[in-house]
Design a protein around this ligand. Structure first.
Ligand code: M6R
Length: 364
């Protein structure tokens, strides 16, 4: 049932305020993340955690890349995030005190499941699954589980599964941070951002009509470049994946600092460049990268956090609610989902069932 929406994908995009609230439900109280959500022995486990290996595929991998920034910056714990199809065929070195995390919407992705089975024989502290399907293989095979509560996701393009994964990983990162000496102020701010997140996402969804208008500029394009820095680099990667998978426009994401190392050569008036610009410590660097794009005649589309308001000269600029280090990657994902959705609709592709793709990749 599409609930009155034209596609499942659009319905699922609009469900996000509710499913994000569901994923937070009963997991925060009195301004704190309840560590019990990671099992009865959560605190000793978190204390023992000296490093983290995250393994996943596709969109779930992008969630893992965001979490890597959070875990290192909030908890000071070294973290890697890796594609399951690579992890399972190399020889990963596992130091004592390493926690293994898989992320999967379906819980049935063949490579992620195989990586988990391999990891179980590798001397990790334990394995934690961030997953959306309670009865799935990955949940059954994992010692610890942190469920996302996105509900069934029908559209092949992952939307609400991704943002609920980010919320689950934020809960984990804050809980780990708390036992590893994260300052009270930053911890409290992170928790507060999570509490306000459903409302911020609802606010971001109001940009739908303006994004629909923006989408018209993409219909005839063959390529697009997404730029971000820090946690918003993987957010840009997710934006590019969404656009390529449902609109079939070739899209790539780069860390904005890499522009001069190659991709800038692609920029001309036929290359739309989408920049994700939260108000963080990297904003001035990003603004100068955007200037480099403009100087080459590239058409800039900017999603900017309320309060930046300087140095951006683009008619294609949309302002998002002020959010903070935990909330921003979720909030900025919303317009990217809507953009790819509207571009795909305008191009007349099969939005919910893109060619050549399956919802759950159970063979490698
Ligand atoms: O079910 P999973 O999260 O393990 O699936 C992993 C990928 O196949 C999946 O995220 C895929 O990249 C999405 N369809 C992209 O929208």
């Amino acid at each position: 049932d599409k609930g009155g929406y034209r596609h499942f994908m659009l319905k699922e995009i609009h469900e996000q305020p509710r499913v994000l609230a569901d994923t937070l439900e009963g997991r925060i109280a009195g301004g704190k993340v309840l560590t019990e959500i990671l099992g009865v022995d959560a605190v000793p486990l978190l204390e023992k955690t000296q490093s983290v290996h995250i393994v996943a595929c596709g969109t779930s991998y992008h969630a893992g890349l965001v979490a890597r920034y959070w875990i290192e910056s909030l908890a000071g714990v070294p973290c890697t995030a890796e594609i399951a199809s690579e992890y399972r065929y190399r020889s990963p070195v596992v130091k004592d005190g390493t926690l293994f995390i898989t992320i999967s919407q379906s819980g049935e992705t063949a490579d992620t499941l195989a990586a988990l089975k391999l990891a179980k024989a590798r001397g990790y502290l334990t394995q934690l699954a961030v997953c959306n399907v309670p009865e799935s293989s990955i949940v059954r095979e994992s010692e610890l589980v942190l469920m996302t509560r996105a509900g069934p996701e029908i559209g092949v393009a992952s939307t609400k599964a991704f943002t609920t994964q980010l919320v689950a990983l934020a809960l984990f990162s804050l809980a780990l941070g708390r036992v590893k000496g994260l300052s009270e102020k930053r911890y409290a701010s992170g928790v507060r951002q999570l509490e306000q997140l459903p409302a911020m996402v609802a606010e971001a969804l109001k940009l739908d009509e303006r994004i629909q208008a923006m989408a018209e500029r993409f219909v005839d394009k063959q390529h697009a470049l997404f730029l971000g820095r820090g946690t918003h680099w993987p957010v840009a990667m997710e934006g590019a994946l969404k656009l390529k998978e449902i609109s079939y426009i070739h899209a790539e994401a780069y860390a904005a600092g890499e522009l001069k190392h190659g991709p800038l050569a692609l920029v001309d008036q036929d290359m739309p460049v989408i920049a994700v610009a939260p108000n963080d410590h990297l904003i001035d660097k990003l603004l100068s990268n955007m200037e480099e794009v403009r100087a080459r005649g590239g058409e800039l589309f900017v999603f900017v956090e309320d309060g930046v308001g300087r140095g951006i000269d683009s008619e294609n600029m949309l302002v998002l609610p002020a959010s903070g280090e935990i909330a921003a990657p979720v909030v900025f994902t919303i317009p990217l989902q809507l953009l790819s959705y509207h571009v795909a609709v305008l191009r007349g592709t099969d939005v919910d069932q893109p060619r050549n793709l399956a919802k759950s990749v159970t063979v490698e």
